[in-house]
Design a binder for this molecule. Structure first.
Ligand code: ZN
Length: 100
């Protein structure tokens, strides 16, 4: 391997984690939504278009003075599958370290 090849290999090795950090994929197929990034892979249920209650909207607004969104059982009762890949960094705005 020449110096030129070594430099190209190092640049490629440096570029791969950068590309992987920004890469996230979302795929909607049938009654499921697949989300994947470097931290996790999730398979989440989606509302069914053929649902007689929500007709694919996923829920409805309840009545009363403070209406809340009620989730339809066509998706809310189904499980979400999650595989954790890399732990996420803490986004604590107040770290334990002293400021000075
Ligand atoms: Zn529904």
């Amino acid at each position: 391997m020449t110096t030129r090849h070594l430099r190209a290999a190092l640049m490629l090795a440096a570029a791969v984690p950068l590309a992987a950090a920004r890469a996230a994929a979302m795929l909607k197929a049938g009654h499921w939504r697949l989300y994947a990034d470097r931290h996790r892979i999730e398979l989440m249920p989606r509302p069914r278009r053929s649902c007689p209650d929500c007709r694919g909207a996923g829920g409805w607004w309840g009545g009363g003075a403070n209406p809340e969104m009620e989730a339809c059982g066509c998706w809310a009762g189904r499980r979400t599958l999650r595989i954790t890949l890399l732990p996420e960094r803490s986004t604590d705005p107040w770290p334990d370290e002293p400021p000075f």
